[in-house]
Write a protein that binds this ligand. Structure first.
Ligand code: ADP
Ligand code: TRP
Length: 326
């Protein structure tokens, strides 16, 4: 079974990216899924990133992948833009993609609803993502809930193509979204997202992380009063880091009263530290070893490209394009 996922290099990773997606990458690697994990750099171009920022963020994600446990001997770590076959496949797949399918994509609908200018890159986004998934014949795509629709679109396109040629060229992918982490809440209780400014970063300075945790929005229930853990943002984030026993312990303290949100935030900060410290230490080491990081990416791109070339050959043959130059 092959698992594949990508993260856009648009900033630093936050705990929503980790618990919602990256943790599943690592878990699947342990379960012997063949893993393909990439940095979705082409996907950022529709919002015109500064070139230097894009390059910096790309290297950061490679280091993040390694720091949270992806092992280049077990998983293929690569850069989307270094496998040009993905663009070729997206072009071919466009012909089996009804306009309406892309018009119904949330990313496009949200922008048009706000009367914002939409470029073709944004409209085309789910198609490129379908090519990412189908090129590697991925069975499972671990992502957060916001990406579910995109995986479904990829599946629809694969089905249309297979049906048209009466041939199982593409594997039909399934999203993998564990219910308890499908939408990790941010410091204000909405979905955690870079674009909402409500994140707790994984690899920022501890002083920044402390500020982010201490800034979690809570209600004004006085310290001595009982509190409802279910509506407490601190508790809902704390649950991600600890086992059932420890989370129940905090829930009981909140319900009992005499335990304030400040106390809960301190416990969360300690849990964050305990959980992420080994990954943070590894990340610091990787910063000093650019050579290793470059080697991992170079080898990963070569492995990914070998698979991509095989698929594109098969696709071209299927549709009758005979000009395979490989
Ligand atoms: P952001 O919304 O911060 O820009 P990305 O779009 O780069 O995050 O997301 C990368 C991966 O992390 C995707 O699989 C996405 O579904 C997942 N993810 C992002 N935020 C969350 C969240 N709050 N809860 C669960 N998964 C998330
Ligand atoms: N669209 C995803 C996001 O915004 C990133 C992504 C691009 C992706 N291609 C993918 C995720 C293929 C899974 C599979 O987060």
């Amino acid at each position: 079974m092959r698992a594949l996922s990508g993260i856009k290099p648009t900033g630093t990773l936050h705990i929503g990216n980790y618990f919602g997606a990256a943790k599943q990458f690592e878990m699947m690697q342990e379960k012997s899924f063949e893993g393909y994990y990439f940095i979705a750099d082409c996907h950022t171009l529709n919002s015109y990133p500064e070139p230097e920022e894009l390059t910096k963020n790309t290297w950061n994600i490679v280091m993040d992948y390694l720091a949270f446990g992806l092992d280049p001997d077990k998983s293929v770590i690569f850069l989307q833009s270094q496998v040009p076959e993905v663009v070729e496949l997206a072009f071919i797949l466009g012909n089996y993609t009804p306009m309406g399918l892309l018009q119904r994509a949330h990313s496009y609908k949200d922008k048009t609803a706000k009367n914002e200018a939409v470029n073709v890159g944004l409209f085309y986004y789910p198609l490129l993502m379908a090519a990412d998934i189908l090129l590697y014949k991925s069975n499972v795509v671990p992502v957060g809930k916001d990406q579910k629709q995109h995986v479904e679109i990829a599946r629809d396109i694969a089905e249309k193509f297979n049906l048209h040629y009466q041939k199982d060229v593409f594997v039909l992918p399934e999203p993998y979204i564990p219910e308890d982490v499908a939408i990790v809440p941010g410091t204000d209780g909405q979905k955690m997202s870079k674009s909402y400014g409500n994140t707790i970063e994984m690899f920022a300075e501890m002083s920044t992380i402390k500020k982010q945790i201490m800034g979690i929005v809570t209600d004004s229930t006085p310290l001595e009063d009982p509190k409802d853990p279910e509506t407490c943002n601190v508790y809902n984030i704390y649950k991600l880091f600890v086992d059932k026993e420890r989370s129940e312990d905090m829930a009981q303290k909140l319900r009992a009263g005499g335990y304030g949100y400040g106390h809960a935030k301190k416990e969360l900060l300690a849990a964050f530290h305990e959980f992420f410290e080994p990954m943070r230490a590894k990340r610091t080491e990787l910063e000093k070893n650019r050579e290793l990081v470059e080697k991992v990416l170079k080898e990963g791109c070569e492995k990914a490209r070998a698979v991509a070339i095989e698929t594109i050959k098969e696709v071209k043959k299927t549709v009758g394009l005979v000009g395979n130059i490989y």
